[in-house]
Design a protein around this ligand. Structure first.
Ligand SMILES: Cc1ncc(COP(=O)(O)O)c(C=O)c1O
Length: 364
């Protein structure tokens, strides 16, 4: 028996986007614009910082599993405390869900071209990962439903999807739901919910409250707290109770819980974030069109840009790095000819656009 199981031996770990410090060092550029990881370009929510500061004197105490934040979320979603689980980012909750519900001979089902973190978690668990191609860069719920078998235990859906920024609609979701057996769990990852929820076609999962669906949301994006690690899950108590049995007792940290509580109060910051994103999306969409780049219309805080080939995508990624602009290549996501570009504020978008103008041939 090998010491390291083959699925771990062969596992390609998640590689986060390049950091500004790395690029400064490697290319000797003084100004770096990071549009690689869908972080909030406005920084963290100020209320979250205040709340974290106010609990600094308490960090010698162990946290209690985030009860205050769970209660606050329960009130906000007109749910019970037992319908809420909080953790060190939504990816950690996803990991706990996988540990809670999956047995060795069961399968997980999702799309090709979705959040890489889910692939890594499924592969590290050593179960069969079944993937279905995207259709026009969108989750194809029809095709996913057609692949459900008696062994399908977890279906992962990201809405909006990362890295495409697209959504599946209410109609599509409502046609999909009856095709999922009650013994199959749907993880509905709504990490970019705040950006998409104004779209009337967007199926906000909390309107449905289905017994076999766990909604995951995060404070990492619209609330600017990616570095603090705080996210939450909403589901039937029978699901949440079991996830809470498995999760590490002392997450989230005292600081992360305080940050989440502050962020929920910070309506001004959220409004400013969404407004900046709305304006940035228009600015970038216009520039991409002018430059002849194919960008997929987005419901999130990033664009998928489709290049002519993998080599064109890699070339543009490297050329942008040399000019101090970090974007995300997507080979590991299964979209090797594409780049993902986070929507920045006006000045950062302008730097990206002028770099693109220097690098790309002027379109006819
Ligand atoms: C679709 C999706 N889900 C989950 C995550 C992870 O979020 P968190 O920071 O809450 O772990 C991300 C982060 O990029 C994401 O894009």
């Amino acid at each position: 028996m090998p010491l390291v199981p083959p699925n771990i031996q062969n596992l390609v770990p998640y590689q986060p986007g390049r950091t500004a410090d790395e690029i400064r060092r490697e290319f000797g550029v003084s100004r770096v614009v990071k549009l690689a990881s869908n972080e909030n370009p406005l920084g963290p929510s100020p209320r979250a910082i205040e709340r974290m500061t106010s609990v600094l004197d308490n960090v010698h105490y162990y946290p209690d599993g985030g009860t205050k934040l769970r209660s606050e979320l329960a009130v906000r979603f007109r749910a019970k405390l037992d319908n809420v689980v909080v953790g060190s980012g939504s990816e950690t909750i996803m990991s706990n869900i996988i540990r809670t519900f999956l047995c060795d001979d069961e399968e997980v089902l999702t799309a090709q071209g979705t959040f890489i973190g889910f692939y890594v978690l499924a592969r590290s668990r050593g179960v069969k990962l079944v993937t279905v191609p995207l259709r026009d860069f969108r989750f194809d719920l029809e095709a996913i439903a057609a692949r459900i078998t008696g062994k399908t235990k977890i279906i992962y859906l990201a809405n909006p999807n990362n890295p495409t920024g697209t959504i599946f609609t209410r109609d599509e979701f409502e046609r999909f739901v009856p095709r999922v057996p009650p013994s199959t769990l749907v993880i509905l990852d709504e990490a970019y919910f705040e950006y998409a929820c104004e779209n009337p076609d967007y199926p906000d999962s909390m309107r449905y409250r289905l017994d076999n669906v766990i909604t995951l949301r995060t404070f990492s994006k619209a609330y600017g707290l990616a570095g603090v690690r705080i996210g939450y899950g909403l589901a039937h108590e029978a699901l949440c109770d079991n996830v809470r049995k498995v999760k590490l007792s002392f997450e989230p940290s005292v600081l992360a819980e305080a940050a989440g509580l502050g962020a929920l109060e910070d309506h001004e910051f959220l409004a400013r974030t969404l407004d900046t994103n709305r304006r940035g999306k228009v600015q970038l969409a216009n520039a991409f069109r002018e430059l002849g780049l194919k960008a997929i219309p987005t419901e999130a805080n990033f664009y998928l840009v489709v290049m002519g080939s993998e080599s064109e995508a890699v070339q543009l990624f490297n050329d942008l790095l040399r000019r101090g602009v970090i974007v995300r290549p997507l080979a590991a996501f299964g979209l090797p000819d594409c780049l993902r570009i986070t929507v920045g504020p006006e000045d950062q978008n302008r730097i990206l656009i002028s770099a693109l103008k220097e690098l790309l041939p002027v379109s006819a």
